[in-house]
Design a protein around this ligand. Structure first.
Ligand SMILES: [Zn+2]
Length: 253
């Protein structure tokens, strides 16, 4: 079962002192690739932004617009190593686990469509408020709405969590939880989840497992990814390459 640990990271310096104005003031002015819209259920489009300007744009709490730009799976600690001291991941992860820590940074309304990951995840909310919809493993499979869209580290669903919950007669399979700064959520591998920012948010997510589990999963992912890049798996229907647009001007790259 997923579990939420309210306030478990509330003493982290990042939770106490980070906001988007502060982060914008200290990050280097590098270019980042952001995702436009809901690529899990819609088309995959990317845009370019300056990290500094992007963070500055999250300071207000503006109403969400249609094509949310979302900085996802971003290695903030590699881009800004001086921030590492503000996090205490050793307090959370099992000592022998292999961990990959990434950040999800975006405005109110930005979302990640329904999917499940292949590794356990610990999500730590640092800034803002975020809602996780969670669905028991096997439900999307039972309803026959697993998507054929390719993603290297996840399986995607064709529908939203709300659509499934409405049409399904088993309410005990559906959950949601709101995370606030300092809250930690454990999402076990295989649990379906859809995530929406209720305010501008910064979250760290750590995929982890034993060294053996992570390495064997990694090898499997690399093989599939090679097939994908050769065009044999998920061609023009993936979350990693922009969708081809018929007759459209090239807008996002
Ligand atoms: Zn791709």
């Amino acid at each position: 079962m997923p579990a939420v640990f309210k306030g478990l990271a509330s003493q982290w310096p990042a939770v106490k002192k980070w906001d988007f104005a502060y982060l914008s003031s200290l990050v280097p002015d590098i270019e980042v690739k952001v995702v436009a819209g809901n690529r899990e259920q819609g088309k995959t489009h990317f845009a370019r932004s300056s990290l500094k300007a992007y963070l500055a744009s999250l300071q207000g709490n503006e109403l969400p617009d249609k094509d949310q730009l979302y900085l996802k799976e971003f290695d903030l600690l590699e881009a800004v190593p001086q921030l590492k001291g503000d996090l205490k991941p050793n307090e959370l992860f099992p000592t022998k686990a292999k961990v990959a820590v990434q950040s999800w940074i975006g405005p109110a309304g930005a979302r990640t469509g329904l999917h499940h990951d292949y590794l356990d995840n610990l999500a730590v909310e640092i800034v803002g408020k975020k809602r996780f919809y969670l669905i028991r493993p096997g439900v999307v499979e039972r309803l026959g709405v697993v998507s054929s869209k390719y993603d290297s580290w996840a399986t995607l669903a064709q529908s939203t969590a709300a659509e499934l919950a409405e049409g399904d007669g088993k309410p005990g399979d559906y959950f949601f939880v709101d995370l606030e700064p300092g809250d930690v959520l454990h999402v076990p591998a295989g649990w379906w989840h859809e995530v929406t920012n209720l305010t501008p948010c910064l979250l760290f997510g750590g995929f982890y497992g034993t060294k053996t589990a992570v390495n064997s999963r990694w090898a499997w992912v690399m093989v599939r990814d090679l097939l994908h890049r050769m065009g044999w798996l998920g061609a023009n229907n993936c979350t990693c390459h922009p969708a081809k647009r018929m007759g459209a001007r090239s807008q996002a790259t």
